[in-house]
Design a protein around this ligand. Structure first.
Ligand code: RBF
Length: 163
């Protein structure tokens, strides 16, 4: 069952050392832009709160969620230390939802392992618009903000392990 706070996701995050040295990309799908805009705002504010300078946050729109893996790869090529991929897939009457969800999930995971850089899955896959609204600043918080916190945690882990 969904809860407002999924067991203290943020509980053990202490701040990133030297946040000013990091460049972070945000790729945002334009499909369902009422949702993805709110998620991107949440992600950006989490990065700013952590001390990443605004000029080092590269926010780029793409048409839809299917484009997120390539856009994320290009942002890594452009020197980003981490990328947050933001989209919103809402299940319709045809199987597109399953095809796109599967492709994006696999594409983003592959990028993580191939690049050894965090590429965070900030894609809502919901059955209804209301479920998406609840997770984009509504009753269940802002999953874009949580996605950015996940990116910060991975950058911290990488710096602790590898310097
Ligand atoms: N992109 C999304 O980000 N969310 C959607 O809910 C979504 N629904 C789509 C439904 C159909 C039938 C199609 C053909 C595309 C949809 N897309 C959606 C766009 C998709 O991610 C991609 O931008 C386009 O297929 C172009 O490659």
């Amino acid at each position: 069952m969904a809860t407002a706070n999924n067991s203290g996701l943020h509980a053990h995050f202490s701040s990133l050392d030297q946040p000013e040295k990091y460049k972070v990309g945000i790729a945002v799908a334009e499909w369902n832009d009422q949702i993805t805009g709110a998620l991107a705002d949440g992600a950006k504010s989490a990065l700013l709160e952590a001390g990443i300078p605004s000029e080092k946050i590269l926010l780029h729109p793409v048409a839809g969620s299917y484009e997120l893996p390539l856009a994320s790869a290009l942002l890594l090529d452009a020197g980003c230390d981490a990328v947050i991929a933001i989209g919103c897939l809402i299940k319709g009457d045809t199987p597109h939802f399953e095809y796109i969800s599967e492709a994006v999930t696999q594409g983003i995971m592959r990028l993580n392992l191939d690049s050894r850089k965090p590429v965070i899955f900030g894609v809502l896959t919901t059955l209804t618009m209301q479920q998406a609204l609840d997770r984009a600043g509504g009753s269940l918080g802002n999953k874009g903000h949580e996605a950015a916190v996940a990116a910060l945690k991975m950058l911290k882990l990488k710096s602790e392990l590898l310097g």
